[in-house]
Write a protein of this length. Structure first.
Lengths: 998, 89
């Protein structure tokens, strides 16, 4: 098992630890510290994927986040993840990686036929081709495109990993640990600032790891190590590797993605896989560095073609050669360093430099080492299908539009450098309008909108000396403003090579009669000709060109393609780049997992669960729960093999015949206190509240200012200036905010305080003809007769040694009472009721039976008070005072609210007395009428009336009251049902309300 | 993810607040005769300015106070926050 492209010594990998993995089923090995990419290249594997549109063979191009091609499906730690960047993912034991977007295999991909049909797949192809016939889109085109253009495959299994969120605050956040980032963090830390230093890669140091430089007589790598270890020892500094700051949001909120354990073979159960950090930073240093950009030439996407800095990083960090016969193709000096590193490792490179023959420190050094340099030369087209075999090179004429001569030379890799692009993504996200810097032919940050400062290469300074100086100065100054301490630091001596000027040259011309693809954007397969087509077809704005060609729209966000695309557009349009402008940078900088975004908020942790004090009892007694907002409420108590329908019928029937108890803890409760409490209620509710005596409850209706019913409930006067308001479970929070709004903003002169007491009280309703008998046993010393405790009466009494409140209110329409005790005594109350209720046939009932009881009584609830109904619609206009003003009163005069035929609440029963009517059904006159059938109303609530033993529904229906006695159809296309129904009164049981007063 | 200074509690994350609309809208007085037009303006009509906007927020997961926030609707810059009883100029 030899690795033909692994160097013997070079690199920062741990050669003592071999790691085995598989690629497309083949067993391979690498070393600890390898990425999947470096391990594969060491094994001589370059063909890793197929391109998006043409399915062309693709290999590695970069060595980090800039990689456009090498996206793999990776299985490790028991899960499968698509679109993993092979150049970033660290090797772990047992990892298995497979190529994406190819079938049946990466070596033989049927989709590659697209490559030979490429004249049919130009820019805008999808827009033009799949427009007609329209009906083909869903069934034929879309599934086909999705399959053909797919990236990886998302796992269908539940993600068993743990993800976390963390909130952090700091004085200074430094994003990137290259020379300028280290210097900034160090200076700020010395000033006593709270610093977070974030590095995307596993190793700190950035370019210091691969550049041939020295700082204070230390190698770049050693200096970085020294600074990092000192920073780590300081209590005011958090140093994080494998952590990418990917988003810059409002008010200096930055979001960071930490890969906590993806690189670990074994980890403890509670170690998260990844962590999302929300960091609120007072100041941010953006030291995100720069990304090399390619020069565009023919077949420039062939495997074996690399960015020159990536080739250097593979040698210096991973000890891996990207090839043994390298061609270096450059327009600047930095690629010479790659050439020198090849030479150092006994590989003979050939340099093709687009510039005319001239001299610089690096050129002279390369010459003195005997490296073959060919000036005014460039690669015209790369030959080889699955790997570079040779290249046709040419000597450029003086105008660089054609060739003086051409020849073909053998090579096994091409390392290309078209100069450097500052990574301005975070600065741009922060709102910084970028400016074009002529000197480096790229955009750099300009005027800041937030507290951010770009330093080093991300600000366009490409020398080590300048980067360090920037870093130290900015880190020191920014932090000194916050800590008011300034520690002097001497800027270290630097030894680096001086670069000459680069050539403003981005795209090789093509010789006559040759037309190979020249790719600008590799990941989305956008070529020079695609951009030319877009412009020819009239797209001018760079944003439109981007959308039409998909340039820069892939997951790599065009890191290696944006500027070349802009140069092309500006050349064709005869404009300068700043006039063309740039497209918008958006977070995330690189793709992050959905798991990280979601964090721990999955399953039961998706939202808080609210349980009543009686929850455990319900559970023990076979309650089936239903979610009511965050609350868990018993829906029914299952006996034996009962269905929901059978159980709820039994429970409801028992209430009508005997007595039942229901947990009503979840109702919203608001304490209202103060001398102006009555006046306040009078303004909040539609009915009159000034004369409610102490010890009495009243049903109240509240509106929004637009006249729509907001909520209903009872409010009880506990004492002179103390009221207890109940709201529906769902509206509790909204009602409290509503009351606070009016007290704090509209009527601050009212001396009233409100506070939620929902969780302070446990509540149980006792309902049914035998409820008074049961109550008298629960309160043996209390007079509970109709005279002493009439309907809407209230008493406070001792409940077996526990303080309690008794309200005679009813939702079920039966004789009923509601008992409240302090939450801690809830379970005691409930068990006592179960024990004492036995002799009266008491049974607990859930929300399903509760609904049945209220529906057949015609009591409205959420489905009727749905944000579209006014009091008149739900027959509650009797509660609307004509004498006084209240919230929403003015709106009730609106014309639309006073039309005679306006919607009203009615009851519906099926003609056959058997078919239950689905909720949400539409009421129509003629079910066979021509579409669209005029809709007369809708079914809001449905139940099986236990009193009449047939289905019954409530409906909101146009001119409802005048429809009583008429027949219609309730149609539910969703359930594919149409039921003939008769309209009746909404009060199906006890319309006079005798029972509640009995 | 705004950072809002509650005049009672200090700087807090946006998560703790809920939005309450234009703070300059004045409800007609209770029991006051209002023309339909004025009432409709109060209930429905809101400006949607680009730029400075004085709006209400409630510190719902904090002190529960309604507060005034002067914010740039385009850039989210917050210029000033105040108690509802205070003026923002």
């Amino acid at each position: 098992m030899s690795q033909p492209f692994r160097l013997n010594k070079e690199g920062l990998i741990n050669r003592n630890k071999k790691i085995s993995f598989t690629f497309n089923g083949k067993k391979l090995f690498g070393y600890e510290g390898d990425t999947i990419a470096s391990a594969l290249i060491a094994n001589g594997i370059h063909l890793v994927g197929r391109s998006f549109k043409y399915h062309r063979p693709r290999g590695f191009f970069g060595a980090g986040a800039e990689e456009p091609n090498a996206k793999l499906q990776v299985e490790f730690n028991g899960h499968s993840e698509p679109n993993v960047n092979a150049t970033e993912m660290e090797l772990v034991e047992g990892l298995s990686a497979t190529s994406q977007n190819c079938w049946p295999s990466v070596n033989f991909d049927i989709g590659a036929i697209n490559n030979f049909l490429k004249m049919f797949f130009p820019a805008g192809f999808y827009y033009k081709t799949f427009m007609w016939p329209k009906s083909f889109w869903y069934k034929i085109y879309e599934p086909f495109i999705r399959k053909a253009a797919g990236l990886g495959v998302a796992s269908l299994e539940k993600d068993k990993e743990r993800y976390e969120h963390k909130f952090e605050y700091c004085d200074l956040l430094v994003t990137g640990s290259g020379p300028s980032g280290l210097a900034s963090a160090y200076a700020a830390a010395k000033n006593g600032a709270k610093v977070i230093l974030a590095e995307d890669k596993p190793r700190f140091g950035g370019t210091l790891l691969s550049d041939d430089v020295s700082i204070d007589n230390l190698s770049g790598k050693d200096w970085a190590e020294k600074i990092v270890s000192e920073l780590k020892s300081m209590p005011n500094v958090t140093v994080k590797n494998r952590s990418q700051v990917f988003g810059y949001y409002d008010h200096n909120m930055l979001v960071m993605f930490e890969r906590v354990s993806d690189h670990l073979e074994k980890k403890s159960k509670f170690t998260p896989r990844q962590r999302l950090w929300y960091i609120r930073a007072k100041e941010t240093i953006l030291s995100t560095g720069s990304i090399e950009r390619p020069i565009v030439f023919g077949n420039n996407d062939t495997p074996g073609i690399f960015l020159s800095a990536a080739a250097k990083e593979y040698m210096k960090v991973y000890g891996v050669l990207v090839g043994k016969k390298p061609l270096i193709f450059t327009n600047n000096d930095s690629a010479y360093e790659t050439a020198l590193d090849f030479k150092k490792n006994n590989v003979e490179p050939i340099i093709l430099d687009t510039r005319e023959e001239h001299s610089s420190e690096l050129i002279d050094e390369a010459k003195s080492k005997g490296i073959d340099i060919r000036f005014s030369h460039g690669v015209i087209v790369a030959n080889g299908y699955k790997k570079v075999k040779s290249a046709k090179i040419g000597k450029l004429t003086k105008d660089k539009n054609s060739f003086e001569k051409m020849e073909t030379i053998e090579c096994d890799c091409i390392c290309v450098s078209g100069f450097w692009t500052p990574s301005v993504h975070l600065a741009s996200q922060s709102g910084n309008k970028l400016k074009y810097e002529e000197k480096i032919d790229a955009f750099i940050p300009d005027k800041k909108k937030q507290q951010e400062t770009s330093v080093g290469a991300s600000n366009g300074s490409f020398t080590l000396e300048e980067s360090l100086k920037h870093g130290f100065e900015n880190g020191s100054n920014l932090s000194a403003k916050i800590t008011e301490t300034k520690t002097e630091i001497s800027i270290p001596n630097v030894n680096e090579k001086k670069y000459g000027a680069h050539d403003k040259f981005w795209c090789m011309p093509l010789p006559k009669n040759e037309n190979p693809k020249r790719f600008v954007d590799f990941q989305n397969d956008v070529s020079v000709s695609d951009i030319e087509i877009a412009l020819r077809e009239g797209y001018r704005s760079i944003e439109h060109v981007k959308r039409y060609t998909t340039l820069g729209m892939a997951t790599d966000q065009g890191r290696t393609s944006n500027l070349n695309g802009l140069q092309l557009v500006s050349n064709i349009e005869n404009k300068i780049v700043p006039e063309v402008g740039h497209t918008t940078f958006r977070p995330p900088f690189t793709p992050i997992t959905i798991g990280t975004i979601v964090g721990r908020e999955v399953g039961m942790e998706y939202m808080p669960t609210r349980k009543t004090p009686m929850h455990k009892w319900h559970k023990k007694n076979n309650a089936v729960f239903v979610d009511a907002g965050a609350w868990k409420r018993p829906r029914y108590y299952k006996q034996g093999n009962e269905t929901l329908f059978e159980a709820s019928k039994r429970e409801a029937k028992n209430v009508r015949e005997n007595v039942g108890i229901c947990d009503v803890t979840t109702l919203g409760k608001i304490d209202i206190k103060g001398p102006d409490a009555a006046e306040f209620l009078n303004r909040v509710y539609t009915n009159a509240w000034m004369k409610l005596p102490v010890g009495k409850a009243r049903y109240g209706l509240m509106l929004r200012e637009d006249g729509i019913v907001m909520d209903d409930g009872t409010t009880t006067r506990i004492s002179e200036n103390h009221y207890h308001m109940t709201t529906t479970t769902a509206q509790a929070g909204n009602v409290l905010s509503h009351l606070e709004y009016y007290l704090q903003i509209v009527w601050p002169e009212l001396n009233v305080n409100v506070v939620s007491t929902t969780e302070q009280w446990a509540g149980a309703a006792i309902a049914g003809p035998k409820s008074r008998d049961m109550l008298s046993k629960l309160y043996p010393d209390l007079d509970v007769s109709n005279d002493a405790l009439p309907f809407m009466g209230y008493k406070e009494a001792d409940f077996f040694g526990v303080q309690s409140r008794i309200f005679r209110i009813s939702f079920s329409g039966e004789l009923a009472f509601e008992i409240n005790v302090k939450s801690d005594h809830g379970i005691f109350m409930w068990e006592k009721m179960m024990e004492i209720g036995k002799e009266f046939g008491n049974q607990p009932y859930g929300t399903e039976a509760l609904s049945t009881l209220r529906i057949e009584m015609g009591h409205v609830a959420g489905p009727e008070l749905d944000g579209r109904t006014i009091p008149l619609d739900v027959s509650l206009n009797g509660l609307v005072s004509k004498k006084k003003d209240f919230i929403g009163k003015n709106s009730l005069g609106r014309e639309a609210f006073n039309i005679e035929s306006r919607q009203k609440i009615v009851g519906l029963i099926p003609i056959d007395r058997k078919s239950s009517i689905p909720e949400g059904s539409h009421i129509v006159q003629d079910q066979n009428a021509k579409l669209p059938i005029p809709k007369l109303g809708h079914v809001s609530s449905s139940c099986w009336s236990v009193e009449n033993n047939n289905p019954f529904s409530l409906a909101i229906m146009k001119d409802g009251k005048n429809m009583i006695g008429k027949k219609f159809f309730a149609v539910s296309p969703l359930k594919n049902k149409s039921i003939e129904v008769e309209v009746i009164s909404s009060h199906y049981v006890d319309p006079e309300g005798k029972r509640v007063r009995s | 993810m705004l950072y809002i200074k509650c005049p009672y509690c200090g700087l807090r994350a946006q998560k703790e607040f809920s939005y309450g609309g234009d703070a300059t809208v004045k409800r007609p007085n209770i029991n006051e005769e209002v023309s339909s037009k004025d009432w409709d303006n109060f209930v429905y009509m809101r400006k949607s300015p680009r730029g400075k906007h004085v709006e209400l927020w409630q510190h719902i997961a904090g002190c529960r106070q309604w507060i005034k926030v002067q914010r740039d609707t385009a850039t989210h810059e917050i210029f000033q926050t105040a108690k509802v009883t205070e003026e923002i100029r």
